[in-house]
Design a protein around this ligand. Sequence first.
Ligand SMILES: C[S@@+](CC[C@H](N)C(=O)[O-])C[C@H]1O[C@@H](n2cnc3c(N)ncnc32)[C@H](O)[C@@H]1O
Ligand code: SF4
Length: 376
Amino acid sequence: MEIYIHLPFCKSKCAYCDFNSLSGQEEGTVFSYLSALNREIRLAGDAYGKAEISTVYIGGGTPSLLDSGRIKSILKVLGEHFRIRDDAEISIECNPESITSEKLADYKEAGINRMSIGVQSLDDANLKSIGRLHDRNIAISKIKLARQYFDNASCDIIVGLPYDTNDTVKEEIETLAPLVNHMSVYALTLEEGTPLALRAEEGKILLPSDDETEDYLELAEEILEKHGLIKYEVSNFASDGMECRHNLGYWTDEEYLGLGAGAHSYIKTSDGKNPIPTPIRFAHPRDIHAYIAGVNCANAFDMIPRAEMRVLDEKDVFNEAVMLGLRTSKGVKSGILNGHIPEELKGFFKEADGYTSLTRAGMAVMNSLLVRILKL
Ligand SMILES: C[S@@+](CC[C@H](N)C(=O)[O-])C[C@H]1O[C@@H](n2cnc3c(N)ncnc32)[C@H](O)[C@@H]1O
Ligand code: SF4
C-alpha cells in the first residue's frame, strides 16, 4: 500500500494553480490542520496499519513551507502507526524559495529520500507572470543544494507559459536535465477561474497555441532522451531506475490511502474490521475546516466524512486499468486487452514481456483510441 499526505498551505497562490491549497492561513489553522492530520494517521493506522507501506508522498500545497520539525513529526507518527518498509520511497514536494540546508538535513534524518522541486520555468518573465516566488537563479541553486543531500531529485516544468518559445524551452530543459534524474513536464492547463485564465480571456496575456505547446513537449522529450531521461509516462521522464515508484503505483493498480484535506484513496481490500465493498475510491472534503471538523468528530477511519465515494464494478475496473496503464511506457497486462482492440487500431499498439503498450504514434492520439476501447 502507498500513502499520500496532503499539506494544503502555500505562501502565495500561483496564477495558474487550481490545486487544493490556500495562502495566508493563520498559525492557529495550520496547527489545527496538523493535529487533525495526526489524528487521521492514528485512525487510519487502526484500520490499515498492518499493511506494508511501500511509498509515502508528502504533497501540497507547499510542504517545504512548514517548519521541518513538523514534517519530521508527521513521519514519526506515521512510522508508529504503519509498517513502513525499510526500502520505502519517501518523497516531499518543495518550492525552491523555501528550501534551506537545515530543512534538507532534517528531511534526510526523517527518512525522506526523494525531492520533487517545482521549478515550472527558468525564464524570469514567465516566472513573474505566473506569480512564482523564485527566479531562475534561485531555482538552479536550490536544485544543486538539494542534490548535496539527495541522490534522487526531480523537477516539475510547465510548457505553454506566456513567454515560452522554442529557444527558452530548449535552454531550460538543457540546463535542468543534467541537474536531476527525474523530470515531470506538463502542458499548461488553463484552469477556469484562475487569475491566468481570466487574464487570457480578457486578452491581457497571450499564450502559445496548442500546436506550439505540443511542439515544446516534443522538443523537451527529444532533449531529455539525449540526457538519458527516458519517458515512462505521458508527462514523466527518468534515468534508469529513478522512476517515481509512488506515481507508478497510481497507474498500475496499487492501493493507496490519501490523508489530509481533499486527498483521494483507492482501496482494494477491506480493512477486516469494517467490511466495505471493494474496490473503492473515495476522497475527503477539500475544505480544510470541513476536513478538520470531520476528523475531530470521527472515532474510526471510515467515519471521517467523504466528499466522494465510488465502489468500482467490473466495467470500471477494466476502464481504469486501461486508461491508467496505457499512460505508462510499460502498458497494461496483455490479457486485459485481449479481444478489445479493433483490428484497424492494432498498429498503434505494441507487445513486450506480456504487456501491451502504445507506440509513439499511439501515445499522440491516446484519447481517441481510448474512446474506441473503453467499455461504456
Ligand atoms: C501539486 S503541484 C505543486 C507543487 C509545488 N507546490 C510547486 O508549486 O512547485 C504539482 C505540479 O503540478 C503542476 N501544475 C500545477 N498546476 C498546473 C496547471 N494549471 N497546468 C499544468 N501543470 C500544473 C506544476 O508543475 C506543479 O509543480
Ligand atoms: S503551484 Fe504549488 S506553490 Fe503554486 S499555488 Fe499551486 S501548490 Fe501552491
